[in-house]
Write a protein that binds this ligand. Structure first.
Ligand code: T4K
Length: 367
């Protein structure tokens, strides 16, 4: 059997991409807000049900720029249970991360622990919708309003997720998306900032283009975060197939839940009725009562060419640039530590066949 990775990008037929390439070759417009870039911004905003969206070359630069756009300084409250880019975006802005523990069901920042971490230096909260599971957006907003804080959501995993019948991306001051090859919707590399109004979009558009407000005016020390025309063209093509791709993921998610429902010591993540998920990841918890440790199961799958991943182990707070921070001490983050030791993300992507999925499930079941 061929190797099975935790994810594989959804690749529409090559011949469907060629007409886009021909247009780029004809126009010689390769980047800097060309026609495909403009069209993708419009179509994505429509599809996602958000007001405005600014495309980026990747999700990390989008995060760094979102913090710049809101002039965030001092301390920011965030989660240790994420991809390391979340906290790195703070360090790139000279901001001190303050880590708060997570909730054991949603794997997201525990809102009940946020207030105790607020100091006079706190300016914002940077939560992550981990695996596309919505954060407790209402509670977080209430805390932000009480203390006058901004909220920037790292929504890298939350493409197309709806919560209570509207886009999850509408919450907070800004949300960022990643369109990396491993994501539900990909542009090879890519990302976006969701903005509530045209004025903020203009500021973000300027920041991603070195700070140029017009040909001769530079208003900020901006960066080069622009998405190019090939990325944008691929995004337009992906968008045509996105519903089908998410449907396939939903079926795979449901089958895993069936296959693994009665395995002692294996728990699948919970599903909330008021959420439309994108099925970007399939995390399981390997707990006491299972015949193997998480590491043993991870190794066993590897031996069969199945590359499940321990997202997110180690915790961000275990890395050398963070572990010296007071809030990064393991005693402050017992839930995150436990989840990081137990989690295993099983392969999920549209082309994963029923047979491949059965093989994965039977290895996990120990058949
Ligand atoms: N915030 C959060 C919460 C994030 O999760 C991320 C990224 C970001 C921010 C930053 O967004 P970006 O700047 O990346 O847009 C991957 C991705 O590189 C990363 O985008 C993602 N999160 C993270 C969770 O996963 P790795 O190191 O696990 O990727 P890698 O190369 O090991 O790929 C995993 C598997 O996917 C491979 O075993 C095979 C498959 N794959 C991968 C690539 C790149 C393919 O089949 N084709 C491919 O082209 O980080």
């Amino acid at each position: 059997m061929k190797n099975i990775y935790v994810t594989q990008p959804n690749m529409p037929p090559l011949e469907e991409f060629l007409p886009y390439l021909e247009k780029i070759w004809e126009s010689k417009l390769l980047t800097n807000g060309g026609p495909f870039h403009q069209e993708l911004e419009k179509k994505l905003a429509e599809y996602l049900g958000v007001e405005h969206l600014s495309l980026f070359t990747n999700g990390t630069i989008a995060l760094v720029t979102a913090l710049q756009a809101l002039r965030i300084t001092g301390e920011v409250i965030t989660t240790p249970f994420s991809f390391v880019a979340t906290a790195h975006s703070l360090l790139w802005n000279g901001i001190k991360p303050v880590f708060v523990d997570i909730d054991s069901e949603s794997f997201n920042l525990d809102p009940d622990k946020i207030e105790a971490a607020i100091t006079p230096q706190t300016t914002a909260i940077l939560p992550v919708h981990v695996y596309g599971n919505p954060c407790d957006v209402q509670k977080i907003q209430k805390i932000a309003d009480t203390y006058g804080l901004k909220v920037i959501y790292d929504a890298a995993h939350a493409f197309g997720v709806n919560y209570k019948d509207e886009s999850l991306l509408k919450h907070g001051d800004l949300s960022i998306l990643s369109f990396h090859a491993t994501k539900v919707f990909n542009t090879f590399e890519g990302g976006a900032i969701i903005c509530p109004d045209a004025k903020m979009k203009k500021r973000i558009d300027d920041l991603k283009n070195f700070g140029f407000a017009d040909e001769v005016t530079v208003v900020a020390p901006g960066i080069n975060g622009k998405m190019n025309e090939i990325q944008a063209a691929f995004g337009l093509l992906q968008l045509k197939h996105i519903e089908e791709a998410i449907d396939r993921r939903r079926e795979i998610d449901a089958r895993y839940r069936q296959h693994l429902s009665n395995v002692p010591g294996i728990t699948c993540s919970s599903i909330e009725a008021d959420t439309k998920y994108n099925y970007s990841y399939f995390p399981i918890m390997v707990e006491e009562g299972y015949s193997l440790s998480r590491e043993e199961l991870y190794e066993k799958l590897h031996q069969h060419g199945i590359y499940a991943r321990r997202y997110f182990y180690p915790l961000i707070t275990d890395f050398p640039m963070y572990r010296g921070i007071q809030s990064a001490k393991p005693g402050n983050l017992p839930v995150a530590k436990l989840i990081a030791e137990r989690v295993l993300c099983l392969p999920i992507y549209p082309d994963l066949s029923k047979l491949e999925q059965q093989t994965i499930a039977s290895i996990v079941r120990g058949d």
